[in-house]
Design a binder for this molecule. Structure first.
Ligand SMILES: Cc1ncc(COP(=O)(O)O)c(C=O)c1O
Length: 305
């Protein structure tokens, strides 16, 4: 698939069709890439990245786990994200920094540790699970595929290879007619969605599986912790069963792509009122308020273009 926008690739903006990697690239064979998904929103004060530094920090963390050297500094990549969004001309955008092991021979342990390519793509991206889902909730199922067990592959690092698990979870959900799949951890307890963190609300308490539940520590998840506190509520991280999700008053997903999306049904069981629950609505409003000016950016999460 071709497109007519430019990509920041190995140090400068280049034409879409000029951004190529070799078939011997290690990342293609062994999943050795790390990446981020970041959004920039159109706000009354202009276009602003949302939590850019937190995303870049996670990118460097993910790379460190797999010993992938990034030859650009944090500030250089930060500036590159600005350059890529400016060049796109978009007012709201999805930004995809990608660091991948390049052409370094066929062995699993790369022969040239420094063969690393870095790109930053920018495109427009609407509501990941649809506008209707964002407003009234999506239908999810618990999949037979579980998340990676601890001490197999680290789920806190956002690596390309981890998304094989997400693909299996997502495909199974679609095949069964659902919008998205939720996976259990190796212990049979709730983990997360294919590409999003999960929250449920019961008797006024906001609950979410802990970081030890084989989840990616989502930046939107962390945002919800702060927004809930700002609203006088708190979030409890605790192990949760599938049954607790079925019996929840409300449930929602968080993620850069899904933002804050209500879950209205799980395995054909209606959650709460079967739409966007009242507390989810408040959290969602606080979240989107950051971009329409109704929520004060008191945590300095926005970086203006
Ligand atoms: C598996 C998985 N969990 C959770 C998330 C949510 O993370 P974030 O809020 O940082 O986008 C994502 C998206 O990046 C993801 O891919």
């Amino acid at each position: 698939m071709s497109a007519n926008y430019k990509i920041w690739f190995n140090g400068k903006m280049r034409e879409f069709d000029d951004c190529k990697v070799h078939v011997q690239s290690h990342a293609l064979h062994y999943g050795s890439s790390v990446f981020e998904g970041i959004r920039a929103y159109q706000t009354p004060q202009g276009t602003a990245f949302f939590r850019l530094d937190a995303h870049l920090k996670r990118l460097f963390y993910s790379a460190s786990i797999y010993r992938i050297p990034i030859r650009y500094s944090f500030d250089e990549l930060r500036e590159a994200c600005f350059e890529a969004v400016r060049s796109s001309g978009l007012r709201s955008a999805y930004i995809r920094p990608l660091v991948m092991r390049g052409n370094c021979g066929l062995g699993v342990i790369p022969k040239d540790l420094d063969a690393v390519d870095v790109s930053i793509m920018v495109d427009s991206w609407g509501a990941y699970l649809g506008e209707e889902g964002l407003k009234n909730g999506i239908r999810a199922c618990i999949t037979s595929w579980q998340r990676l067990a601890p001490n197999t592959v680290p789920t806190g690092a956002k690596a390309g290879g981890n998304y094989l698990s997400s693909q299996l979870i997502g495909f199974e959900a679609k095949d069964r007619g659902f919008d998205e799949g939720i996976a259990l951890g190796h212990d049979g307890l709730l983990s997360e969605g294919a590409g999003e963190n999960l929250f449920l609300i019961k008797d006024g308490k906001i609950l979410t599986p802990p970081s030890s539940a084989s989840i990616l520590g989502g930046i939107t998840r962390d945002t919800v912790f702060s927004l809930a506190a700002d609203l006088g509520m708190s979030v409890l991280e605790q192990t949760l069963s599938r049954e607790q999700l079925y019996g929840a008053d409300e449930a929602f997903f968080t993620g850069t792509a899904v933002e804050v999306t209500p879950v209205r049904q799980v395995d054909h069981i209606t959650i709460g009122n079967g739409g966007c629950g009242p507390l989810t609505k408040r959290i969602q409003a606080a979240f989107f308020g950051l971009f329409n000016g109704e929520t004060q950016d008191q945590h300095n999460w926005l970086s203006y273009l």
